[in-house]
Design a protein around this ligand. Sequence first.
Ligand code: HEC
Ligand code: HEC
Length: 287
Amino acid sequence: MTPRSAAVVLLFLIGAAAGIAVLGANPPPSKPIASVAPAPSPSTWPDYSLNGPGFVAPAGPQGELVALGYKLVTETFSTIGPEAPDPAKRFAGNNLSCQNCHLDAGTSRTGLTLVGSVRKYPWISSDGKHEVTLRDRLNECMTHSMNGKPLPLESQEMDAFVAYLKFIGDPPAQHTPAMPHPPVLANAARGAEVYARICAACHQPDGLGKRIGSANDGRGYRFPPLWGPDSFNATAGMNYVSIAAQFVWRNMPRGVDPRHPQLDLQQAWDVAAFLHAQPRPPGPAAR
Ligand code: HEC
Ligand code: HEC
């Protein structure tokens, strides 16, 4: 047995054990897919950017599940968003897509990449008391970034997300270089000027973004909102000034070459401080 197939079998066994443990506590899942072996992943870094070769579902029994995962990441709003056709599937609380932040369906190297994420889980929480699985971590984005409800741990949607993350997850993860500190303390008032001059053209002066179509059509945004009722909530990672500064510096305005940021460091930190000061839904604890 090769190390790789041994790893697959091990994953299978862990998956099966986890499945049994969950079955003990919950009603049986509608579709037990956890025991399917992972589809072969691309061995090079996948590129699903606008100019890249694009996503192609792998052949084989898992292809469909991986393709559903890709759809969920790129069209979250129409599949599990508040305007999804099936009310029972409305888990996300806003009309963002995962890829509004995890750029290029999670394959961007600088926009909160999801390539290699599967390798980091499970991990033990900082207090050493509990294990955090990839499914748990994904649900954090559901309840904070997507301002919604957690997906059932055993559901077709969760299985599809995980199948997709495994599919793009083979190449070794790379670390985004650390975000340098700003020359002077970040300042929201200066950030407001940066926003008006550079960001408002797309994200709109009121920060509420611009829809592709109109409200309630389930088609999501051309330019996502950065604050207001349809944005990420107060406890989301993007509401940390350092995380937003890092993301904005390397990736905004959308399309900028991350190696040659358009904003200077001070502008990135200032505009992140400005975003942090804007109104948004409270975190789950406050609901
Ligand atoms: C508003 C921005 C935003 C949206 C939308 C969003 N996320 Fe995230 N996500 C983040 C941030 C920020 C992090 C944490 C990065 C860090 O810890 O430095 C993160 C982390 C993650 C991680 C852990 C990655 C790792 O390598 O540890 C997963 C998995 C994830 N998100 C999945 C999703 C999925 C699936 C969706 C859609 C249902 C989603 N996210 C939507 C911002 C977002
Ligand atoms: C040319 C249009 C454009 C400009 C200008 C622009 N953005 Fe964006 N921004 C986008 C698009 C499009 C996305 C969603 C990315 C995707 O889905 O591929 C995005 C995503 C984001 C996100 C993450 C998603 C969310 O809803 O929170 C943040 C934060 C953000 N932009 C901040 C900024 C800031 C701050 C500026 C100004 C410095 C800026 N953007 C300028 C087009 C733009």
